[in-house]
Structure formats: C-alpha cells, structure tokens
Ligand binder design. Structure first.
Ligand code: SF4
Ligand code: SF4
Ligand code: FES
Length: 671
C-alpha cells in the first residue's frame, strides 16, 4: 500500500505500520510509535525513562526504507523517513524466537526472561543449554538498565560492564565496592530480575518501597523533562537570569528597572560558555537527580588575599547573577570573583548585592560622597570598588565595615549623621525586618509584594514564584485569590522546609501531565505535592493530606510569628515594604515603564487621564493607589491566616491550632 502524503507540519512524517498509514512525530522512536498504535513489542532491555540501548534485540521489526528492507531494533530506531514497518512478518518472528531461545538457554529460571520468551513463542529451555547456563532465578541478564539508571538518573556512573563476549559482566570500578555509591537504589529499582539486592536502608524508613516508588518517579522526570523545561542539570538556576530579563523582573540598578541590554554577559549562555568547567550536573548532595549546583574550576582571582591564585568557585546561582545586575555590574569575571569572596568571607550574596545597590543609588543621588566611602566612587557598575568594599567588610575596616551592617543600619546612620532625606532612603532601601530583599522586581505583583514583606524572616526568595502566578500568568486576580495564595504557599513552603525537602524539585520541573489542571491548581503542582506526601508516609508510616499539611505548618508558622513579635518584628508595621518594592520612586523609573504599566494603570484602572499631567503628579496618584491596594491585600491575607488587623495571630486561631499556651497568649494579648 502506498503512503499518502498529506499537509502536515514539517516535524510530522507519514509511515505505514502493518499496511496501515499513520502520522508520527519526526525522530520519535519506532517502539514509541508502535506502542502508540497499540502494537505490543517484546522488550527486555528497555525502560521508558532511560536512553534505549538496543542490546537485547528482542524488539526487532522489519522496515522498508527507500526500497531497502532490513531488520532494526525498534527501541532505538529514530523515525526520519516515510518507512514501511512490519512487526509480525515471518522473518521478524523467526529472529525474535531465536534470540529468546538463546536467552532462555542461558537464564532458564529468570521470570522476566521466561515471560518475554513465551511472547516470542520460545519455550524450549534446552536448545541452547550450555556451560554458561545460570539457574539462578535472580541472575543478571546483562540488560544494562542499572548502568543507565545510575548514569542518567543519579549521574554517578558507578556501574558498568567489564569483559567481552561470554566474559561480559556487571561491575563497579576495579571490581570493588565503590564508596561513591550513595545507595540510592535506582539500579535495583529498574533491574528486571532482582539481581541487585538492597542490603540496608540507612535511615530506617517505615516503608522504603513507597519512598523508592515515588523517588524514582521524580528521578525519571528529572532525567527526561528537565532538558525541555528549566535546564537545571545543564546550567542550574542561572537559567532564571534569561527568564527574568525577558519578563522585566531582573533587578537592575537597585530594582529601578527590570531588564538590561548587557544582561547576556551574565546569563546562563554566557556562564555555560565561559565559566562552568565541569560540563556535568552537580548537586548540593550526592544523588540529587536535579543536580542544579554548578562550579567554576581554575578561576584566577584578581583582587584581595587570593589575588593570583587559581580557585574553584561554587556557583554562581541566579540570585548572585541577579545581585550583580542589581549593582549594574554586567561583567562575568566580576560575578565569579564576587561569588567567590562572598562564599569565602561567609557573606550572603543577596544581602551583599542588594545592600551595595542601595549604597550605589544613594551615592549617585548625592546622599553620600567619596568623603563617606573612603574615596571610592561607588556608582552603578563600579566592579573594582565593590570588591574593595567586600575586602574591607571582611577586615571590619573602612567604609566596608559600615556596608557589612546592612541597609537598615546605614539608613539610620545617614539620616542621623548626614541629615539624609529619610523618606527617600526609606523608599529606596530594599529591606524589611532588617533583611535585604531577594533579587526579584515585585512592583507589578501585589501578591509578591505581600509575600515578601509578610515572610517571617523578611523578603527572602522563598516566595518568589508568586510573581509568576500573579503578574505573568494572572492566575490569582482577586484579593481573595491572592489571600488564599498568601495562606497556602507560605504554609506549604514551611512544611517541606521543616521536613528537609527541596523547593526546586517541587516546581522547577513539573510532571508532563501538570497542564491537565486548571491554572490555580496547576501552580500547586499536585503531582509533586503527592510525591512529598508519600515520602512523608514512607518515612513515618502515617499518611498526610493537604489539610493535615496545612495544620502542621500553621502551628509552626504562627509560633514563628509570635516569636518574631517577641523580637519586635511581628506586627503590621513590620510588614510594610519600601515603596521601591511597590512602585516607581523616581521620575526616570516612572518614565521607563510609563507606557507598559503606569500611564496604562492610571487610565484603565484608576480612572485618571494621564494626558497633560506632569510625571510628579502621576507618580503621586499612582503611589496613593498602590499603597491602598497593598493595604487591602494585607488585610485579606491577615483575615485568611486568622490574624487581626495588626497582623497578630488571634487567641481563637491559636486555640484552633491547639497552641494557645499561656506563655504565647501572654505575648499577644492586647495587640
Ligand atoms: S545505588 Fe545508586 S549510586 Fe549506587 S550503583 Fe545503584 S544507582 Fe548507582
Ligand atoms: S543487574 Fe539487573 S539491571 Fe543490571 S544489567 Fe543485570 S539484570 Fe540488568
Ligand atoms: S528492547 Fe530494544 S533492544 Fe532490547
């Protein structure tokens, strides 16, 4: 039967399977195409989440390509032409039966071999019986799935084959137990025969199988989906630089702007091309299948105590690259050296970057001068001066010693000692509760503004995904929606942090079927929430659901809020953002986004015609509006959390949670 050519997109190909035409995606494997057509093909070395190896040859089919007929293994045959396929021809059946008889002769008692052999019509265990015959029902059949699982899921490459022909066998390096094996059990999980035995579960979970089942699901997703979603294995969180710049959310010049034409100097492509040296995934802990940590080897340091030495630098991650953008320092070498010295001195790159961005804006605005900075011209982009300040900070001398005390301390000093404009410094000093902001521009997302400020420890990056839900995807449009998000996500985050689980595997790579949910539900990544719940159940032996998770977390979260209250940081006044986090502080800032955001909002939402008004007049109206909106979202969020208007948990809420202990009630009564 001839294949009919139809108008299909160029990545589609028409093929003929057993006389029936069908359209498939170019480069998909023939086995996947056959499975999609409902045709069962015997396999022994194939696993859907591993790269096919074509070693058992049982999946063989006959194809005709440009008039030439041949037998191919369907699991690793990529469809590139309009081939004709026969899955059940006499030649195919004969070939499969022969192979199956040989396998049966060597491993007659292995259930997986017996089952696939039966499908191929082979039942004679004696035909190929020889001195190689292994009667062990759990014998290794050399399928190689464990080797690929160790490499592709965990990236450890502990297992491999040694020997040739009949001497081929599975081994660890030099035939000895490799101490680098982390005991993740991925190899045992995929083994079709049970040849790999798990001898110990070091953490003594109640139900290790449950943990393995769900852990393997995540490992398989990381191995197969990450490359088309976030590329965490390839470039780590540096991929976010590219995304944030594109969405106008990358902090530039102390959060004045959201993108910069020089950001490609420090984005994931630049870092991968010039700095990431090991060209392989790396994890915070051995065995993490996302493995987003990256490193730079042999980097020559140009300043400070390590000047002239070649060092290894752990990173950089998104927040560090974005901190460099925030300081206007779009220089790759600076970024790596800044990262190295922050790590070496034990300084957080976010606080160091955000605080320096504030200093630079204050310097450019004339709040401070060279007289105050020890002669350093601290304009945006002053890479050498930033490093000089960092070294001074480490030594506790000069202007660097002041820099190390943070934005809140600097504001107070400059107001008190230099007579600086308090309102201006309050507006541009990006800190809440004394903690510097993490590196996302929150101006256009009300939920993110409140997520940052209401976080118990201050505006750290835990809450950053709210920007995407709110501003980019418009998934939480009403105050009620935002309040619900500001209830659920901090509690979810608190819960998995309490259990030592990582945020990145929750929502940086999502299951392939996550799109089946409505957007607000999809944002919670229900498939991964279930995985985390199963992990909990596997460890502790008791199930948990969303309500149980929220209650467990709310107890801790409310306790944290009361402790913050005891420390002087847990009330509404402590949840107030600097205006830079809410809207434009300066004229240039307003004008840079006037068309896209501000004039549009005045006209379409506030009902004020911007025509004929000065920038100052428009900024005043916008400011009043945005502050009122911010207060409304905070009111809604407090209500949803069971807190009063002052942002303090009510005694009723503590009772509901079973934590109305006299010493806690004593702290909040009267607030
Ligand atoms: S337990 Fe994990 S690390 Fe060890 S060999 Fe198996 S897959 Fe590799
Ligand atoms: S140990 Fe299991 S998975 Fe590994 S090659 Fe042997 S049979 Fe295959
Ligand atoms: S399943 Fe294709 S060669 Fe083994």
């Amino acid at each position: 039967m001839a294949t009919v050519s139809v108008n299909t997109p160029t990545n589609k190909i028409n093929i003929t399977i057993n006389g029936k035409e069908t359209t498939v995606t170019k480069d998909m494997t023939l086995l996947n195409a056959l499975t999609a057509e409902g045709i069962e093909v015997p396999t022994l070395c194939h696993h859907k989440d591993l790269t096919p190896s074509g070693s058992c040859r049982l999946c063989v089919v006959e194809i005709e390509n440009a008039g030439e007929k041949e037998l191919v293994t369907s699991c690793n045959y990529p469809i590139r032409n309009s081939i004709k396929v026969e899955t059940d021809s006499e030649l195919v059946k004969k070939q499969r039966k022969n192979l199956a008889e040989m396998l049966l002769g060597r491993w007659p008692n292995v259930p997986a071999v017996k089952e696939v052999a039966a499908k191929c019509g082979a039942t004679d265990v004696n035909k190929f019986k020889s001195e190689l015959t292994d009667d062990n029902p759990k014998a290794c059949i050399l399928c190689g799935m464990c080797v690929r699982a160790c490499d592709e899921f965990i990236m450890e490459r502990i297992l491999d084959f040694a020997g040739r022909g009949i001497k081929r066998h599975l081994t660890m390096p030099f035939g000895e137990v490799d101490p680098h094996c982390i005991g993740c059990t991925s190899c045992a999980y995929v083994c079709p025969t049970g040849a790999i035995e798990i001898v110990d579960d070091l953490n003594h979970p109640v139900n290790p199988k449950l943990i393995r089942d769900y852990g393997m699901k995540i490992n398989a997703e990381m191995a197969t989906l990450d490359k088309s979603q976030c590329r965490m294995r390839e470039v780590g969180t540096a991929n976010i630089v590219d995304v944030m710049n594109a969405y106008d959310l990358l902090p530039v010049h102390n959060y004045k702007f959201g993108s910069h034409p020089d950001s490609p100097n420090i984005d994931s492509k630049a870092l991968k091309a010039k700095y990431f040296t090991q060209n392989q995934p790396d994890g915070c802990w051995k065995g993490c299948s996302m493995a987003c940590a990256k490193a730079v080897d042999g980097f020559e340091i140009k300043t400070g105590p390590y000047k002239g030495q070649k060092v290894v630098v752990d990173g950089p991650e998104y927040e560090t690259a974005a901190a460099a953008a925030n300081m206007g320092c779009f220089d790759g070498d600076f970024l790596i050296e800044f990262n190295f010295y922050c790590d070496t001195y034990g300084v957080d790159t976010i606080s160091a970057g955000t605080c320096m961005a504030f200093i630079m804006e204050a310097y450019e605005a004339g709040v401070i001068t060279k007289k105050h900075t020890g002669g350093k011209e601290l304009k945006f982009g002053a890479t050498n001066e930033v490093l000089e300040c960092l070294h001074e900070m480490a030594l506790g001398k000069g202007f660097g010693a002041d820099y190390g005390k943070g934005i809140r301390w600097l504001k107070n000093k400059w107001i008190k000692e230099y007579g600086a404009d308090a309102q201006f410094l309050q507006d541009i000093g990006m800190e809440v509760k004394g903690l510097e902001y993490s590196e996302y521009v929150s101006k256009e997302s009300l939920a993110q503004q409140a997520g940052y400020t209401m976080a118990v420890k201050g505006p750290q990056h835990d809450e950053a995904w709210l920007i995407f839900m709110d501003m980019v995807n418009n998934q939480i449009p009403s105050f009620e929606d935002k309040a619900n998000a500001l209830y659920y996500y901090p509690l979810w985050r608190t819960w998995f942090a309490l259990h030592g689980l990582c945020k990145l595997i929750w929502n940086d790579v999502v299951p392939a079927d996550n799109k089946k949910y409505k957007p607000q539900v999809a944002a919670k990544v229900p498939g991964h929430v279930e995985d985390f719940f199963k992990f909990y159940e596997g460890m502790l032996g008791k199930p948990i659901d969303e309500e149980g998770m929220l209650n467990e977390s709310a107890r801790v979260h409310n306790l944290q809020r009361i402790i913050a209250r005891m420390l002087g940081y847990g009330m509404r006044k402590d949840d107030m953002p600097p205006f830079r986090a809410v809207g434009p502080v300066t004229k240039e800032e307003y004008e840079s986004r006037a068309d896209r955001y501000y004039d549009k909002q005045l006209k379409e939402i506030i009902g004020v015609d911007p025509a004929g008004k000065s920038t100052e007049e428009k900024m005043k109206i916008l400011r009043e509006y945005r502050i009122s909106q911010y207060n409304k979202v905070v009111d809604a969020a407090y209500k949803r959390r069971g807190w009063n208007k002052n942002g303090v948990p009510t005694i009723e809420r503590l009772k509901d949670l079973g934590i109305d202990l006299p010493e806690l009630v004593e702290v909040i009564k009267g607030d």
